[in-house]
Design a protein around this ligand. Structure first.
Ligand code: F6P
Length: 345
């Protein structure tokens, strides 16, 4: 009889490194502590519907470099489902699962915090998101890979922009924070970087674009999907909401290219990087961080330290209350954005 069977799930948007966490959790838990694991399919959906996945050492072999998640993911919110909590309890009892390791972003972890604090369903959280917008951790895995992909795309766009002397607008993900835009924009030598934290002035954007052409170069404008013009609203193509109430972002890139063309007379095109930023193999850094998060999450379960999330502070992995990590978004510091301004125009 194993000491504890532990449930593992991955929720929210997938990101590179999820499999590295799962592998580390299972390897350490089984080898060092004699634990047993059960995976739940598609995030909280699997705990509601009772869909499980075998999770032993053979099941996690070879998954370290694989993108996505072997468990599947969804944006299911059990608190928005009829009898959600009762159904989770039933699933856990049937699968003989005690504690849960929930790997997710703000929404998935928010559920984990409430389940622990309000319903006695013991959870440990592992932070993931390409957006890097979770407070209480310096970085989330997935972010480094996304930045690398966006930077490579910007590098490529420079040459085609120069050939045609066009403006190339690159729309990147990040939801309501500009981490991906700022890091990839800086690394890729963008001439304009627009982030959600600072409303942008179209006249200023056009002045930067024009000055770049005056220097006989073609401008690259990196815009975060959640960036908002000073005198306008969030630009959206689709206003439907998921079960956590989030709208689907995207559209500002197209809008911006059109506005730049109209105001400056320079031809402009848009590239929306979209889910390419979330797919494929994780970077070495993300594998390293995800693996360490997994190892430390198992220790937290073993010590009965529930309601906590593992987090990166400098080079140390620490534990913080999940509620603390999900209370506020980690946004781009204005001083950081200002630093990048040297390269605008
Ligand atoms: O939170 C990660 C993220 O990729 C955001 O950057 C983006 O806005 C959103 O998820 C896209 O969600 P979906 O995969 O549901 O289209």
């Amino acid at each position: 009889m194993p000491a504890t069977r532990i449930g593992v799930l991955t929720g929210g948007g997938d990101c590179p490194g999820l499999n590295a966490v799962i592998r580390a959790v299972v390897r350490k838990g089984v080898q060092d502590y004699g634990m047993e694991f059960t995976g739940f399919r598609d995030g909280w959906r699997g705990t509601l519907d009772g869909r499980t996945v075998r999770l032993d050492i053979p099941a996690v072999r070879g998954i370290l470099p694989r993108g996505g998640t072997i468990l599947g993911s969804s944006r299911t919110n059990p608190f928005a489902e009829k009898d959600g909590i009762r159904r989770i309890r039933e699933t856990l009892a049937k699968a003989e699962v005690g504690p849960l390791i929930a790997i997710g972003g703000e929404d998935t972890l928010g559920v984990a915090a409430r389940l622990t604090d309000e319903h006695g369903i013991r959870c440990v959280g592992v932070p993931k998101t390409i957006d890097n917008d979770l407070s209480a951790t310096d970085y989330t895995f997935g972010f480094d890979t996304a930045v690398q992909i966006a930077t490579e795309a910007i590098d490529r766009l420079h040459t085609t922009a120069e050939s045609h002397m066009r403006v190339l607008v690159v729309e990147v993900m990040g939801r309501h924070t500009g981490w991906i835009a700022l890091h990839a924009g800086l690394a890729g030598g963008a001439n304009v970087i627009l982030i959600p934290e600072q409303r942008f002035d179209m006249a200023q954007v056009c002045a930067w674009v024009t000055s770049r052409f005056e220097a006989s170069y073609a401008p690259i404008v990196v815009v975060s999907e959640g960036a908002v013009p000073k005198d306008g609203e969030l630009v959206l193509k689709d206003t439907s909401r998921d079960s956590f109430g989030h709208v689907r972002l995207s559209g500002v890139g197209e809008w911006l290219a059109h506005e730049i063309e109209r105001r400056t007379g320079h031809e402009a095109r848009t590239t929306v990087l979209g889910h390419v930023q979330r797919g494929g193999t994780p970077s070495a850094y993300d594998r390293w961080l995800a693996t360490r998060f997994g190892l430390h999450a198992v220790d937290a379960v073993r010590e009965g330290d529930f309601g906590k999330m593992v987090a990166l502070h400098g080079t140390r992995i620490v534990r913080v209350p999940i509620a603390e990590a999900t209370a506020t978004l980690k946004t781009v510091d204005p001083a950081l954005y200002e630093e990048a301004g040297v390269f605008f125009g």
